[in-house]
Design a binder for this molecule. Structure first.
Ligand code: NAP
Length: 519
């Protein structure tokens, strides 16, 4: 079987010792093996800092933007091959796989454009300059410069291409080398992307390293100029934050973790209305795209009590039309979850939610289309509902990372819906579907403090919008509390994490010269 190697210190290198096997989750067929014991993570980080860091810092924003453009084009040239790998190793349908690969190139392209727009400079001017003394000569100005460390990127299993590319695009544009550690179970796609970028020599030596397999002692080697951007479970996020080297060296840490994203239907969302139809489409897509393994997927479906039964029945009908099976078979709309562990976690999560509510769809006998007998990690879409006013603690505290959502009826007031959503204790994105501007505004003020993004669903934007589940490079991604307290992307905002903000205080002509204003 194929043994995948890590790319460290500018070369491909194999680990030794314990081997982990990557599978096809639709058939449980072994695809490749990785091993990471014996790799010198300390030396690899230092190579990235010195070799990769100095090469990137010598480039202007425009040159780094051009580098991102080359990365984007290289990946696009191999799009079909990468889609096939994502189908095999991720259990993705073709459409799920495109979402991941095209999400990666879209983000690289957006940051390539930003680099071009910033232009031939190596620093960012931060806000307006200010007079500090009696005369304009004594002046102050904030600027941002790349840190001299390495950006360690630890990613979740669900978006091996997009996760790698979205973090890398921002760090590389900021001028900081990337040390990527993809989740082991779905690492084939990330591995192939790094191979392609190396074959096409799109990056300077040391600008992008790849560690396959377990992180091992990686984080023990972090220093004061390094940063860690992590996407995954809150539990792993907590472990990373508490690492002694992270605390001792004040290493910046960004955590993107769990989220109980909610979608709220307004009282104008009568079944049969256009807004209700739009809402139902988004809920079903979010529940089933990537088998619900999306950090932004809708988990709580808030519906006015007066129409809750009819909306639930519509959802049940639509979920009944979703064909579950091996993504390699024709007509399959939802594949398996990614691993045996994921399968167990999702099953346990459904049991926990069912103790607080009632199962209204799914979880019965499932015959996945095209799956070998008894093989594969399949679950059907599952819809639950709770009684109006029920405490249902697990619905507001347990993220089931699969095709699972719960209908939560509310009395119809925006304030009441906001209070229910806030019980999730911080999320990535929640959405409101209503044409009633007063209702939407009241709900937004209740939701905003608890989220990184609020999606305002209206039929007026339906044709143009990819829905709440799609993360856009121009808008921030992240959220407070349970969601990890992190923030990524958001155009140039995302670069702040990788750069040092420094206040210059001195004579105005000198400062103007430094920031590139000709006197
Ligand atoms: P996970 O088990 O926490 O793993 C995430 C990553 O952390 C993997 O690369 C994993 O490596 C690595 N890791 C595990 N233990 C580590 C340690 N002690 N030190 C350093 N790295 C370590 O999460 P997952 O199961 O892959 O992902 C599912 C979770 O991610 C869900 O809870 C979901 O909500 C969250 N998620 C959040 C977002 C977001 O943007 N907020 C996006 C996607 C997913 P191995 O694979 O080698 O164990």
């Amino acid at each position: 079987m194929r043994a995948l190697q890590s790319h460290l210190e500018g070369r491909w290198i194999a680990g030794t010792g314990r081997v982990e096997t990557l599978l096809n989750p639709a058939t449980e067929e072994p695809l490749a093996q990785v091993s990471s014991e014996g790799l010198d993570r300390g030396a690899a980080l230092e190579f990235a800092r010195t070799k990769g860091g100095s090469a990137l810092r010598s480039m202007s924003f425009a040159a780094r933007g051009a580098m991102l453009r080359a990365m984007c084009e290289s990946i696009q040239l191999h799009r079909e091959e990468l889609i096939e790998l994502a189908v095999a190793n991720g259990g993705n349908t073709r459409s799920d796989a495109k979402f991941d690969i095209d999400g990666a190139t879209f983000t690289l392209s957006a940051y390539a454009d930003l680099g071009k727009a910033v232009g031939e400079t190596q620093l960012l001017v931060d806000g307006e300059g200010m007079q500090l003394g009696r005369t304009p000569r004594f002046h102050g100005q904030h600027i941002r410069v790349p840190r001299h460390g390495v950006a360690v990127h630890i990613n979740a299993f669900n978006f091996p291409a997009w996760g790698l590319a979205e973090k890398a695009a921002v760090a590389l544009l900021a001028g900081v080398p990337v040390f990527a550690k993809p989740a082991t179970s779905s690492a084939l796609v990330a591995h192939r992307i790094v191979e392609i970028l190396n074959e096409r020599k799109t990056l300077p030596d040391g600008a992008l390293s790849l560690l396959l397999g377990s992180a091992g002692d990686l984080l023990a080697h972090l220093g004061p100029q390094d940063v860690v951007a992590f996407t995954g479970s809150s539990m792993t996020g907590e472990l990373i934050r508490a690492m002694p080297a992270v605390i001792r060296n004040s290493v910046r840490v960004n955590v993107e973790a769990d989220s109980l994203n909610a979608a709220v239907l307004g009282t104008d969302g009568e079944p049969g209305s256009e807004i209700c139809d739009y809402f139902l489409k988004d809920v079903v897509r979010d529940m089933t795209q990537k088998a619900g393994q999306k950090c932004t997927a809708i988990r709580r479906v808030l519906v006015p009590e007066a129409i809750a039964d009819r909306v639930r029945d519509e959802l049940v009908d639509r979920l009944g039309a979703v064909v579950v099976g091996n993504p390699a078979s024709d007509g399959v709309r939802m594949g398996p979850v990614a691993t045996a562990q994921q399968h167990r976690d999702v099953r346990d999560g459904i049991d926990a939610l069912a103790r607080d509510g009632r199962l209204v769809f799914g979880d019965g006998a499932l015959k996945p289309v095209g799956a070998p007998e008894g093989k594969g990690y399949y679950v059907s879409p599952v819809l639950l509902e709770v009684e109006p006013g029920a405490a249902a603690p697990s619905v507001h505290s347990r993220e089931v990372f699969g095709p699972v959502a719960t209908v939560v009826p509310y009395g119809g007031r925006a304030e009441e819906a906001a209070a229910l959503v806030a019980r999730g204790r911080g999320g990535l994105v929640s959405s409101v579907y209503s044409e009633d501007v007063a209702f939407t505004s009241t709900l937004v003020s209740g939701l905003a403090p608890f989220h990184g993004r609020v999606f305002l669903g209206s039929v007026k934007i339906a044709e143009q919008s990819p829905g709440p589940g799609t993360v856009l490079p121009t808008l921030v991604h992240g959220g407070p509390g349970r969601a990890g307290g992190g923030e990524e992307l958001g155009g140039l905002r995302g670069l702040e994490f990788y750069m040092q903000r420094v206040a210059l205080e001195g004579s105005r002509p000198v400062i103007d010269r430094i920031i590139g204003i000709k006197g």
